[in-house]
Ligand binder design. Sequence first.
Ligand code: GRF
Length: 221
Amino acid sequence: MNTPLKAAVLISGTGSNLQALIDAIGSGRLHAEIVHVISNVADAPGLKRAEGAGIPTTVLEHERFTDRSEFDRALALLVGAENPDLILLAGFMRIIGSPVLDAFPGKIINLHPALLPLYRGMDTYRRAIEAGDSQHGASIHFVTADLDGGPVISQVVIPILGEDDPNSLAARLSPMEHRLVVATVEFFAAHKVESRDEAVYVDGEKLERPMLLRANALVYA
Ligand code: GRF
């Protein structure tokens, strides 16, 4: 078997997606190692999850930096220290700039709770409900300088129910996000995915649309 994928995970909060990865690695489903968890929030609960799993953690509080690029340069150094193959932003509530993007081309992916290109930015659940959409979901995309605008790798879709409010929709989406994260990182661990010419390639073929999560696996529909 090839060497495990080395992943760094960046968080700001709960870290339930981080936990899903920890569990998938622990059960042998995912051939990966989380080499570093970095949070920009000192009391992010996800840090405890990482410590519980014996993963090195670092807190890098953005308030301590005088400007954005100084924070980005420090973040790039930290992330690079463990030489990760993949950097996953999982609830990392901070825009990252060129010092980080340029240091890890094609290696940074983000989980976003919307069916991109719909609803970039915040408050996606409320916006989808208010628009009268029949479905919502989550996307994983390569991170570029265009906020939530990089090429989309994979998505999971769920229905919006008549009685949904933003909280109930988020609660139903969350476990599906966990599956999406694990299934997508599996593709990276198997060296199936790459970013090239602002597009996603899977097994050397350009994706014309994102892969979709069906059950626990990604399919090209
Ligand atoms: C997820 O809903 C993700 O889509 C969004 O932030 C949330 C992170 O949740 N970007 P957690 O910290 O992994 O529990």
